[in-house]
Design a protein around this ligand. Structure first.
Ligand code: AMP
Length: 172
């Protein structure tokens, strides 16, 4: 029987703040079948395409992106929160509901012309992913597709990512 990966997402109401229904992916990561199915499904849209690198977003995105890069037999680049990367970086600031955030990449994380798949756990408002895509394109990368485990449809994050192919496994 095919496994339903949605059953392995734990919803935690009002965390980390009131009004947020947090999608906790740790039960999925802990289950060997659910984790394997999730990575296989994330990989599916990229299997018949030439992709040079997977980009993962701090922090839960790293877990998925690393497994995906291994499956696709390609390298991995990481997008981190400000101040964590040791070498020369490019950065992008973007607005959150009540604050702003800055993310960074190493300047040599993507080579000009590289074909990239970008991965994160959750698409919410799309701010994090669109800032990430801007940095990748600034470095000369070509975004072939964007993968999420979970897409929160009601937040319309896809509006910020109109020019990209979005793939998601679970929708709320
Ligand atoms: P956004 O930039 O609004 O699309 O937010 C996406 C980032 O915030 C992702 O890296 C997610 O890990 C995290 N995130 C946002 N909303 C949730 C949620 N409801 N549950 C879990 N993670 C979330």
């Amino acid at each position: 029987m095919k496994i339903q990966i949605k059953n392995y997402i734990r919803e935690v109401p009002n965390w980390p703040q009131k009004g947020v229904n947090f999608k906790d992916i740790t039960p999925l990561l802990a289950d060997k079948k659910a984790f394997k199915t999730a990575i296989d499904e994330l990989a599916r849209p990229f299997l018949n395409k030439r992709i040079d690198k997977v980009v993962g977003i701090d922090a839960r995105g790293f877990i998925l992106a690393a497994a995906l890069a291994y499956k696709l037999k390609i390298g991995l680049a990481i997008v981190r929160k400000k101040g964590k990367l040791p070498w020369k970086t490019i950065s992008k600031n973007y607005k959150l509901e009540y604050a702003s955030n800055t993310i960074e990449m190493h300047k040599d994380a993507i080579k000009k012309g590289e074909r990239v798949a970008v991965v994160d756990d959750v698409l919410a408002t799309g701010g994090t992913m669109s800032a990430t895509c801007e940095m990748i394109e600034k470095l000369g990368g070509k975004i072939i597709g964007i993968g999420f485990l979970i897409k929160l449809d009601f937040l319309r994050g896809d509006k910020k990512l109109k020019k990209f192919a979005i793939h998601s496994l679970i929708n709320y």
